[in-house]
Design a protein around this ligand. Structure first.
Ligand SMILES: [Zn+2]
Length: 139
């Protein structure tokens, strides 16, 4: 399905030397409310299951996150979100992953020795790029 990925970032108001990334995905006409948890995005790529993939922009899933049920097959991923179904091809899943990695690299270049997280405050993902890259290779 056609999608748009919008990524914004800022120096986190909640931490020192911390960059907050806000990545929003629209699939077809639907903008998924809230932001992608980037770590969960990569962890879910090669699996089926229920994932806390869409999280509140504050970074806390408990604050208004949405679980996504993902069914993986060889050529696509079906995301079920609140009774709606979205089909992303394997190539789309890979491309979104590569776009996220590129943004994180760009931020790392611009803000050396900052930590990076999804949403205002969360787990640091600035050192996970190698792992994310190998996940994409297996996708
Ligand atoms: Zn929140």
């Amino acid at each position: 399905m056609p999608y748009t990925l919008e990524v914004k970032y800022e120096e986190s108001p909640a931490g020192n030397k911390l960059i907050s990334i806000y990545s929003t995905l629209s699939i077809e006409e639907d903008q998924l409310s809230n932001i992608l948890d980037i770590e969960v995005y990569f962890r879910s790529i090669n699996q089926s299951g229920v994932f806390p993939l869409i999280t509140c922009s504050c970074g806390s899933f408990g604050c208004g996150g949405t679980e996504v049920t993902i069914s993986k097959d060889q050529d696509s991923r079906i995301w079920r979100i609140n009774n709606k179904e979205y089909i992303l091809t394997r190539q789309e899943i890979k491309t979104i992953g590569m776009q996220l990695i590129e943004y994180i690299l760009k931020i790392k270049n611009e803000y050396k020795d900052y930590l990076i997280c999804s949403g205002t405050y969360g787990e640091d993902i600035s050192n996970n790029l190698e792992e994310y890259g190998s996940i994409l290779k297996d996708c």
